[in-house]
Design a binder for this molecule. Structure first.
Ligand code: ADP
Length: 486
């Protein structure tokens, strides 16, 4: 009962929200978690930058105009109702910062040069709202997501606010780094620029602001929460995170069944559930093979990946394993974009193995969904993976994930060892070494099970019925909030 929420009032500050702004999993999480918290009884609002797509959806009624350190004119804060049952959203409507062509962080010429100020304003506005800028709604807790909202807890501290803050790490690799000379632009007291503050290796890091000043830290899987306290995965923050281990928690992301459901997904030729998965997936596989120019072979195990092409995602390992994979009689389809060398590598592989390897270089939500449905195996060989949503969508759509055992991939995929196959818990295939050989060895195991249809069907059934619910995640966050509200 949203109107009569008994739970805490929580303001979520973030840069992305699907379907309006999404560059990766963050957008999906912000579309789902606040709504799940509201459904669990919290009184939730969002604080979002007024990016063009959001302004098109809803500009909102003006609640206040804030005098800020970032502009001569006052900044309009609108309160909007986004379609789709989202909690109310404060839109920081400052066209000079946000109403630009391109993505949320950059345009055709690269990252926007004033990103520190653009996201300082987001954090600043969230802190102002936490401190009562809207007299009709004051949150108990400010919850910021990733570096874009990292300054919010710092502004609360600078204001001497009593409002506690939570900061969630969705990916520690994106650190919001800027040169030291830009510190004066973010309007924090001079003493905040230090080791005990937002200074990071001589520059400033908006991620560090969140990590250092928030009262509680979370990240999106238990394994990643442990990994980031080690030098290998800590991206130079491991020391700080070890020091703050007592307030750091890993809470697994969920899947929103309204958005990711093969029974209702309009991108698929034929909807399916657990009972008719074989027919639905066969239709999707045929459509996918046709669409991507792969040989129309229902018996060939179809491996696929939907990803940003960055070093994180380990797709160089997949390129190394690709000849061996094709040698097993498999097909491979990529949907991804990013790193130019990897794009070229996959384009070259596709032209060398026409009909067996295909690469769609771009971002395409509908094709992504067809791939989750039509593929037999979704390969996620990440070097590190905070949670990973792609393997969760794969499970739900009955494509078995083949993953490197790290972060959320380790927490969500049960490797098909002999024991796990025997006791009926296996949902995918996992490997450890960052190498093409290790990936290929796991792929060989996958193909062996694929050629044993009763076993494969059993794994698909189990994968599709695994429950990664946002309700469970919401309960984890509510427990954390209750520690902060005395
Ligand atoms: P990350 O957030 O690191 O990119 P996740 O696995 O958590 O990785 O989330 C990625 C999300 O973005 C998934 O919803 C995936 O389907 C989607 N995605 C990634 N690349 C593409 C693409 N090229 N086209 C369509 N969707 C994509």
């Amino acid at each position: 009962m949203r109107g009569e929420a008994r739970g805490p009032r929580v303001l979520h500050a973030a840069a992305e929200i699907y379907p309006w702004v999404k560059t990766g999993g963050l957008g999906d999480v912000i579309a789902a978690l606040p709504a799940a918290l509201a459904a669990a009884g919290a009184d939730v609002r969002l604080c979002l930058p007024g990016l063009p797509a959001l302004l098109d959806a809803a500009r909102g009624n003006e609640v206040v105009r804030l005098a800020t350190p970032f502009a001569v004119e006052r900044v309009r804060i609108g309160l909007a109702r986004l379609p789709g049952g989202q909690p109310p959203a404060y839109i920081v409507d400052h066209p000079a910062f946000y109403d630009r062509p391109g993505g949320p962080y950059g345009g055709p010429d690269g990252e926007f040069p004033d990103n520190h100020r653009r996201f300082a304003l987001l954090g600043w506005a969230a802190a102002a709202l936490a401190e009562g800028a809207d007299p009709r709604w004051r949150p108990h807790i400010l919850h910021g997501h990733d570096w874009h909202a990292g300054l919010a807890p710092a502004y609360l501290k600078a204001r001497g606010s009593a409002v506690p803050s939570v900061f969630t790490i969705h990916n520690l690799a994106y650190q919001g780094l800027f040169p030291a000379e830009l510190f004066s632009d973010v309007a924090l007291p001079a003493e905040f620029f230090g080791v005990e503050g937002i200074e990071f290796y001589g520059g400033l890091s908006l991620m560090k602001a969140g990590l250092f000043f928030a009262d509680r830290l979370t990240t999106v899987s238990p394994t990643y929460a442990a990994e980031i306290q080690t030098p290998r995965y800590g991206a130079n923050f491991d020391g700080l995170l070890r020091a703050r281990a007592g307030v750091l928690r890993g809470i697994l992301n969920g899947v929103d069944p309204k958005i990711w459901n093969p029974a209702t997904d309009a991108a698929l030729p034929q909807g399916y559930g657990v009972e008719d998965a074989a027919a639905g997936k066969a239709a999707a596989k045929a459509a996918l093979q046709h669409r991507m120019g792969l040989v129309a072979d229902p018996a060939a195990p179809l491996f696929a990946t939907v990803t940003r092409l960055t070093p994180q995602k380990g797709m160089d390992l997949l390129l190394a394993a690709l000849p061996g994979l094709i040698g097993l009689g498999a097909q491979f389809a990529l949907l991804g974009n990013g790193d130019g060398n990897l794009e070229q590598g996959f384009a070259a592989a596709a032209s060398e193995e026409p009909g067996r390897v295909a690469a769609a270089l771009g971002y395409d939500e509908a094709l992504a969904r067809l791939i989750y449905a039509g593929a037999d195996v979704i390969t996620v060989p990440s070097r590190f993976e905070p949670c990973g949503l792609s393997q969760l969508y794969a499970l739900r759509y009955g494509a078995l994930p083949l993953v490197r055992r790290t972060g959320g991939l380790a927490d969500t995929v049960v490797d098909a060892t002999e024991a796990a196959l025997a006791d009926g818990t296996a949902t995918g295939f996992a490997f450890d070494d960052e190498s093409g050989e290790a990936l290929l060895a796991a792929a060989e195991r996958a193909v062996a099970v694929y050629r044993d249809p009763p076993r494969w069907r059993e794994m698909v059934r189990r994968a599709m019925t695994r429950d990664f619910s946002w309700e469970a995640a919401a309960q984890g966050y509510l427990a954390l909030y209750s520690e902060l509200i005395i």
